[in-house]
Write a protein that binds this ligand. Structure first.
Ligand SMILES: [Zn+2]
Length: 109
């Protein structure tokens, strides 16, 4: 899972898991491990929403309680924060999910 989090092949650890931002390579270019069967599907998006929700919502509540800014300030703070966190975490969470599927040999039949 850690190798996947680092966007690396779960077998050899080379940075070959993705061929684009979120596009998974069909096989590792370094060791030839077939990665095609280990499809994370929508799970990384759900995990990302879950994690970011648990980061952003408490921050929104703390800022609201502490300073009570107007709604446009909230929008200026939390929309970019949510987008940046999503872009930062989604490929890592997808890699970790693929790493977990690989470790469990979880292939569709
Ligand atoms: Zn490899």
């Amino acid at each position: 899972m850690w190798r996947g989090w680092c966007r690396r092949c779960p077998r050899c650890g080379e940075p070959t898991l993705f061929r684009a931002f979120l596009k998974m390579a069909p096989a590792c270019a370094a060791c030839g491990e077939d990665l095609e069967p280990f499809r994370a599907d929508d799970a990384p998006a759900y995990f990302t929403i879950f994690i970011i929700g648990h980061i952003i919502v408490p921050l929104v509540l703390m800022v609201e309680r502490g300073w009570s800014p107007s709604l446009w300030v909230h929008a200026l703070l939390w929309i970019p924060a949510s987008l940046l966190l999503s872009l930062a975490l989604l490929p890592r969470i997808k890699g970790a999910t693929i790493g977990l599927l690989w470790a469990l040999r979880f292939k569709p039949r």
